[in-house]
Each structure stands twice: as structure tokens, then as C-alpha cells.
Write a protein of this length. Structure first.
Length: 258
């Protein structure tokens, strides 16, 4: 199948999935063909792809409806929107005080990555811009490592199995023993601190949990290393830890330790 055919098939799949997703009930093959303007044979072929991925499931008789996987994806998106709305006030507090880029990431467990879902950019002209929905490695940077520190052994091993070079500098992945020690330190102090001279980038971030101490993401500040060096770093760490704890409390998790 050539590239133009693949693009055409992709567009038709999207049109079919949108029609099913927007329907108030089950759809017959005829209704789907009429609604998309495609031949019934084409609709039937595309439905087999969607059925195999559980994005669509069979209804009564020869009808079709949204599948469990489509509902799972929708629920995940809505959950991220809920998380973002709840975290935004704490993100704003960090930004208001420090005037550095404040970032909220969610943890994508299926791919073992952090995903930027909200950020408030620094007013300084010198800055690193993180676009919404940028995927971040959990092995590099404060936003990723603050999540990695709280994962179980199986999820952590999956992260270690990913490409072992830094996403910005191409730096070789640090020895696991050293990184494991750093993760212990992150858990002890309640936040991750990262500074890269090569990337001229620094950041401080803390993990956000929901009830049951399940990590759902991270919140933090990123900035050029030279500005980081000039800040009151104890005060900065304290504010990030406080923001992470306050956000966690909003999701039902309350720290019981000191």
C-alpha cells in the first residue's frame, strides 16, 4: 500500500470513528456508509480494523457502536482535563512568585513517559519552551525523575530499558546505580533537582499523587541554569514541594510523614 493510499485510509478511518463516536446509539452498516459517503464494502473493511483494536464493537444484529478502548481513551483525556483544572492554581502560585516556566505533567503509564499538559511560560526572553503534549523521558530532568522515583520495580525497569541518551544533549545515560541513589534522594527530600551545564537547563519538580499514593504526574519549575544558580534554592525547593503536596491533597492523598 503506497503512502497516498495509507493517508486516504487514515482519513476514512477517522471519519468513520467520528461518526460512531457522535452517534446516540448503535449504527447499521448502511447508516455508516451513508453518513461517511463511502461504499458499504469500504466501511465494512475499515470496521474490521476498528473492531480488532476495540475502538468499535458489535451491537445488536449487524450494528456497531463505540468500543471499550474508545471509552478508555476518552476517559483518560477527560481525566487529564480534570487533573489540569485542579493543578492550575498551584501552578499559578509558583509562576507568580518565581516568574519561571511552571509545568504540570501527567504520567503516561502505558508508554512510561511524562506528558506536558499545562505550562505557564516565563516572561524572560531567554527560556526553554515546552509545548503542550510534549513527551518527556522519565530518566532525564526534574519533571521526569520526580515521577520515576515513585514507580515500582517493574515500571522502573521498563523506563531503564528505553533509549539511554539525553533527549536534548545526547548525553549517555548515567549508571543505574548512581541514578537509583538519586531516586532515593528525591524521595527523601520530596523533589527532584536537575541541572545540565550542556543544555544550560535546570529545574525542580515534585510528584503529584492521588489517593493510595499512586503517582499521577509532576509539577515544577524549569529555567536556564544561570538563573537557577542565582535563586534562593532552598526557598525554591520548599515552594515546589509545597505545591506538589497541595495538589496531591486535592486528589485525596495526604502526606502523613514529616
Amino acid at each position: 500500500m503506497d503512502e497516498s493510499t495509507q493517508r486516504g485510509s487514515g482519513a476514512r478511518l477517522i471519519a468513520l470513528l467520528k461518526l460512531i463516536g457522535e452517534s446516540s446509539g448503535d449504527c447499521s452498516l448502511k447508516e455508516l456508509a451513508e453518513g461517511t459517503g463511502m461504499p458499504a464494502s469500504t466501511v465494512h473493511r475499515l470496521l474490521q480494523i476498528l473492531l480488532r483494536s476495540d475502538l468499535v464493537e458489535r451491537g445488536e444484529g449487524t450494528t456497531y457502536r463505540a468500543g471499550r478502548e474508545l471509552f478508555r481513551l476518552a476517559s483518560n483525556i477527560l481525566g487529564q482535563m480534570h487533573y489540569t483544572a485542579a493543578v492550575r492554581p498551584f501552578l499559578r502560585q509558583l509562576w507568580d512568585k518565581w516568574q519561571e516556566t511552571a509545568v504540570f505533567c501527567t504520567y503516561d503509564q502505558s508508554h512510561h513517559r511524562a506528558v506536558v499538559v499545562e505550562r505557564l511560560l516565563t516572561p524572560h526572553s531567554l527560556r526553554h519552551t515546552l509545548e503542550p503534549y510534549t513527551e518527556l523521558s522519565l530518566s532525564w530532568g526534574s519533571l521526569g525523575r520526580s515521577i520515576l522515583a515513585w514507580l515500582d520495580d517493574e515500571d522502573r525497569a521498563a523506563v531503564f530499558a528505553q533509549p539511554q541518551t539525553g533527549p536534548i544533549t545526547g548525553t549517555v545515560f548515567p549508571p543505574q546505580d548512581g541514578l537509583i541513589e538519586e531516586l532515593e534522594a528525591i524521595r527523601a527530600r520530596g523533589c527532584a533537582i536537575y541541572r545540565s551545564q550542556e543544555a544550560e537547563l535546570a529545574g525542580v519538580a515534585g510528584a503529584i499523587f492521588r489517593s493510595g499514593k499512586v503517582v499521577i504526574g509532576s509539577i515544577g519549575l524549569t529555567m536556564p541554569a544561570r538563573r537557577f544558580d542565582a535563586l534562593d534554592q532552598d526557598d525554591l525547593r520548599a515552594d515546589v514541594v509545597a505545591a506538589a503536596r497541595a495538589a496531591s491533597e486535592a486528589f485525596g492523598h495526604v502526606e502523613t510523614g514529616g
